[in-house]
Design a protein around this ligand. Structure first.
Ligand code: GUN
Length: 287
């Protein structure tokens, strides 16, 4: 059997066109959604990511501001910049690209963001709302994964979902969204003994570890939906995920490619969140 491909490029393009239509409506009512992206330092991967995020905004008619700050920017200067953006009514979303240089405390930075503009959904107020099932932002990568499942017609209700990885950005919020969608969820991590025994139980398997070929074909239940959040490079420098794609696609029912799976969906959901922030802001100023 060969798995069906969950095509993130195609779904992201469809979501961008829906966002573009809504941006136009908001613009006609006098509000242009705006995203501020802050990049501290010159990490090569981060530079590529932020360039894409800014280009995405432009492609849907949003305004975007890219703030490039030197690697030795003192933390108080960065926090002051964030406070200025918090107070700027033309900025609806603020994203501080991670990782930050080692002299900067990322938790302090995230705590300084206005929760209403925290389109990454990193602030504890937004993480707490997600955990409590209250309305608010959904984090971009996990939300993008849920949309891929939905588009494939895979309903998590009653399924066993196994998430490999427990990061604050992906693993933990992914588990929460799957739980809200009525899956039975297991979170595995580096201290999980016999990982394969867990992953073989998964109807939905999400790999978010950051290690190439971590998920091999013998670890996958036949017919499972396999979502690969990994972003690794092989010896030749080619982008690859955490899943041994060539072998796993012969076992799985659905699978995301890398590139072209989760990555474009993360970017598309950032636009969705920025639109949501702008719509909430517009509603707040008219009531
Ligand atoms: N670095 C890697 N992934 C992300 C992300 O989703 N948001 C931000 N701000 N930084 C990242």
């Amino acid at each position: 059997m060969t798995a069906q491909l969950m095509d993130g490029n195609a779904l992201a393009a469809q979501i961008r066109s829906e966002v573009a239509a809504r941006v136009l409506t908001l613009k006609n009512s006098g509000v242009q959604p705006g995203l501020a992206v802050i990049l501290v330092g010159d990490d090569p991967a981060s530079q590529v990511y932020v360039k894409h995020k800014v280009a995405d905004c432009e492609s849907v008619g949003m305004r975007s501001v890219l703030d490039r700050l030197p690697a030795d920017t003192p933390q108080p200067a960065l926090l002051a910049r964030i406070r200025a953006l918090n107070a700027d009514p033309a900025v609806h979303g603020i994203l501080v690209q991670l990782p930050l240089p080692p002299h900067i405390d990322a938790n302090q930075v995230i705590a300084t963001l206005s929760p209403a503009k925290d389109v990454d959904c990193f602030h504890v107020a937004n993480v707490g709302a997600l955990m409590a099932g209250l309305p608010g932002f959904k984090p971009c990568t996990p939300h993008g994964c849920m949309r891929l499942l939905q588009a494939a017609g895979v309903d998590p209700r009653g399924k066993h979902a196994v998430v490999v990885g427990r990061s604050n950005i992906v693993g933990k919020p992914m588990a929460m969204l799957l739980l809200q969608a009525n899956a039975t969820v297991t979170i595995c991590h580096s201290a999980t003994p016999d990982l394969g025994a867990m992953t073989r139980q998964a109807d939905i398997l999400v790999a978010a570890v950051g290690r190439r070929n971590m998920i091999t074909a013998d670890m996958v239940k036949p017919g499972a939906a396999v979502i690969d959040v990994g972003m690794n490079r092989n010896e030749a420098g080619k982008l690859c995920g955490d899943v041994d794609f060539a072998a796993v696609k012969e076992v799985a029912g659905w699978i995301t490619p890398v590139p072209g799976g989760v990555g474009p969906m993360t970017r598309a959901m950032l636009l969705v969140n920025t639109l949501q922030a702008a719509q909430a802001g517009a509603a707040a100023t008219t009531t």
